[in-house]
Design a protein around this ligand. Structure first.
Ligand code: IMP
Ligand code: MG
Length: 179
């Protein structure tokens, strides 16, 4: 696995201090509320586990899977969610957690479904933001770091299901995914 990594861009130590600081910031801004954390699996699970263990406010945890269907052009992305009924968080303050914000299609679509189901508020939280133009209008209310537009793996992020267990974030060598 390590031999497929071109460069480590975020070390294990950096991840832990960034995630801890972000958790403290989020909890300070939600004092007195029971936070309803809705996480997008599988990519977010390592970030999610570290993030919530640094929070001491009451929270409920929900998980969903999001499947993207992309049509012939870039803008026809459609996202279907499963494993969770957005009505469960009606009237509640929601923290929507994902691993990385790239085109924005996933976060935008899931946020809209939560809002349509009547969530009181939806704040978005991702571990990483890619520096690129989003295809839909969505940004993260909370994130740990902005990274260049490169394909990265580790700390939950995968390529074809692999590399999620790397404790750092690294750029995947192009020869791994290019023919
Ligand atoms: P978006 O809908 O394009 O914003 O993409 C979000 C999803 O694409 C994330 O939840 C990731 O699963 C996946 N993704 C985007 N960029 C990367 C990457 O660099 N490495 C691994 N997965 C990525
Ligand atoms: Mg993924």
């Amino acid at each position: 696995m390590q031999q497929d990594i071109q460069k480590v861009i975020i070390t294990e130590g950096e991840i832990h201090s960034m995630v801890r600081a972000l958790a403290h910031r989020i909890q300070a801004e939600h004092n007195g509320e029971t936070l309803h954390v809705v996480a997008i699996y599988d990519g977010s699970i390592l970030f999610l586990a570290d993030l919530i263990r640094h929070m001491s406010i009451p929270l409920r945890l929900y998980g969903l899977r999001a499947k993207s269907y992309f049509g012939g052009t870039q803008s026809t992305g459609r996202v279907e969610i499963s494993g969770f009924d957005p009505a469960e968080v009606r009237g509640q303050p929601v923290l929507l957690v994902d691993d990385i914000l790239d085109t924005g299609l996933t976060l935008h679509a899931v946020r809209r479904q939560l809002e349509e189901a009547g969530a009181m508020s939806v704040k978005t939280c991702v571990f990483l933001c890619k520096e690129r133009i989003r295809e839909v209008p969505v940004e993260a209310d909370y994130h740990c770091r902005t990274i260049p537009d490169e394909f990265v793996v580790g700390y939950g992020l995968d390529y074809r299901g692999l590399y999620r267990n790397l404790p750092f974030v690294g750029i995947l060598k192009r020869e791994v995914y290019l023919p």
